[in-house]
Structures are given as C-alpha cells and as structure tokens.
Ligand binder design. Structure first.
Ligand SMILES: [Zn+2]
Ligand SMILES: [Zn+2]
Length: 334
C-alpha cells in the first residue's frame, strides 16, 4: 500500500508510493536543467577573499536596498523597502569550474567555502535591520537571480561554481514555519525536535546516509522531493555561525562526499542546498527566548528530478516516487 506520512516539524503530508522508482526511471538530468548562460564579465567587487581562490563578491541589487525599513500598509497589504544584501561566493579559483562535477569540490576547497560562509554570517548579523541570512546553492537550475538581473548588460552568471548569500530584513516563510514548528514541539515536549529526529534516525538506520564524528546525514521521513537528504550536527546548536572548527572540518568532507554520491546515483541532477539556521537574535530578543533550546541548524539538499506539480505548489502535498528508505540505499551504494 502507498503511505501518507506526516512531517513532524511542519505537519505537512507526503505520499510515499508503494513501489519506488529506480534512479534510471527519472528523466535524464539534462531535460530539466536550464541552458547555461554565458559566463561573462561579472562586475567583481570583492567583499571577502578566502583561501584557495574562494571569493565573495557583491551580488545583484536584488533585495539589496540601503536605509530605513520603511514598513507601510497598502490597503490590507503590507510592504517594506527591500533592505539587505546579496552576495555571491565563487567557490573555486577562476578556470577551475570543471571541478564541480561529478564529485563536487574536494574537502579542502569546500572547507574554504564554509570558512567564508561563517565569516560573512558573523559580519552580516551585526546589522540589527537584518533578520535572516540565507545561504543557498542552485546547481544546474535557472536561478531567478540572474533572470532578475537580465536588463543590466554587464552582469550575467558568475564563472565557475558558486553559491549565494542573501541577508534580508524578513524571515523567509519556510524558515519561519520551521521555527514555529520547533518552538511548538519544545513547548509541548521540552525537547528539541531535531535532536529527537537525529536519535530516531540513528535508531532506525534505514534512512541514514552517513554518520561522522559530528554529523548525521539522512533522508527525511516525509520528504518534499525524492532523494532529499538532510545533514544535522549531532551536538545541539541553533546557529550555524556557532559551529566549532572540528564540525566545519567534518562537514567539509561530508557534504561534497554526499552530493557526489547523489550525482553518481542520479546522473548529475540539478540540485539545491540551503542552510537552515536561527534568525538574527539581536532584534526581537523576547520572541526568540527559547530558540537556543528549541531550534537546531541543519543543511537540506534537494535534487530536482521532476517539475513541481499543482499538488506541490497548490496544496503543499508531495508525491514521493522513491521512498526515502530506498533513496538512502541507492545513495549509500553509489
Ligand atoms: Zn537539537
Ligand atoms: Zn530545515
């Protein structure tokens, strides 16, 4: 029988089909990927220079306003100025873009990327207008950011592998729902839901992809897309920027290894990853007083094997064509 599974954090429902599709039954990766845009002259304004050629440059003027927040009502609607910054992390020295596939950056290179993520995080959170710093990667997809910048002649897609850092004066909806879900669970059980999930996944084992000294990687019980996986630190901590040097070292090996396994299992699909972490706790301290106990930072990786359907977008109801248990097995074996 098919199964209807509930995500314990967001109370969202997922249908897991009785018979899982094999990786080879999905459309070829190229069918869903955007045609690569010319890597042209990008206006390099370097914000941070990392190790091994890793650089942070100024991004699009998207959500990158200066000045006051300017919160206003417009009839029944709310609006505000798009205060924030958009930065682009160039993950490899120029001319090394070929290193991205299939196994991703090597651990030394990815460590340099994580180091600049941390530096930028710590710097951006000093601004009390900034409520959230969102770090993400769109690999092989049409990212809306380059489209939004199309009119500006000299800014196209950056050369080589890159990820993005968006600092905003609002908390993204998905993160807000996670924060609320975690807080609610904590009020009820006085335990962190993510610590509970990590312990449960370790106990069950069938959805675990890898365990290292500091992290557990697993396919979530009720995923949003087939082959989705999460990486969570085993030590309870609400904020990525509080990760220890040993944790960063460990993660630098683990994430490229797992994206490499995913790529081998699925023929190099487009994917996203993002870091879910605590919002800026400097403004609105009272609202977040249990956050240190109830929230737990983590990374989510979502391969894009299918297009979103009306079920996903219209109902938030996901049809999962390869069970997370089978997905974990395919990726462990890849
Ligand atoms: Zn926890
Ligand atoms: Zn999350």
């Amino acid at each position: 029988m098919h199964e209807l599974r509930k995500d314990p954090l967001l109370s969202r429902w997922t249908v897991i089909l009785e018979r899982s599709l094999k990786p080879s039954e999905y459309p070829p990766a190229a069918a869903l990927q955007g045609s690569p845009e010319a890597a042209g002259a990008f206006s390099f304004s370097v914000i941070e220079q990392g190790q091994n050629g890793v650089k942070v440059i100024k991004g699009r003027p998207l959500l990158a306003g200066e000045g006051e927040l300017g919160r206003k009502g417009e009839g029944i609607y709310d609006k505000m100025n798009p205060i924030g910054t958009h930065e682009i992390v160039l993950e490899a020295a120029e001319g090394r873009e070929g290193r991205q596939e299939p196994a991703g950056l090597d651990s030394r290179q990815f460590k340099a990327v994580l180091d600049v993520y941390l530096k930028r995080f710590r710097a951006l959170l000093q601004d009390p207008r900034i409520r959230y710093v969102f770090i993400f990667k769109d690999k092989g997809l049409f990212s809306p950011a380059p489209l939004a910048a199309r009119k500006e002649k000299d800014k196209t897609v950056p050369p080589g592998p890159y990820s993005e850092i968006l600092a905003t004066a609002v908390i993204p909806d998905f993160v807000k729902r996670e924060l609320d879900g975690a807080k609610h669970y904590y009020e009820y059980k006085e335990r962190c839901i993510f610590c509970d999930i990590v312990n449960e996944e370790k106990k069950v084992g069938s959805r675990v992809l890898a365990e290292t000294g500091h992290f557990l990687a697993f396919c979530p019980y009720a995923p949003r897309v087939p082959f989705e996986f999460w990486i969570a630190p085993k030590r309870h901590s609400c904020a990525f920027e509080e990760a220890s040097a040993q944790e960063i070292e460990d993660l630098a090996g683990l994430l490229p290894e797992l994206t490499g396994r995913m790529s081998r299992a699925l023929g190099g699909p487009a994917y996203n990853y993002c870091i879910h972490t605590a919002p800026n706790r400097i403004p609105r301290k009272n609202l977040w007083h249990t956050l240190g106990d109830d929230y737990h930072w983590h990374i989510e990786v979502l391969p894009r094997l299918q297009r979103m359907s009306a079920l996903d977008l219209g109902a938030g109801f996901h049809l999962i064509t390869t069970s997370p248990e089978d997905a974990a097995r395919y990726m462990r074996e890849a």
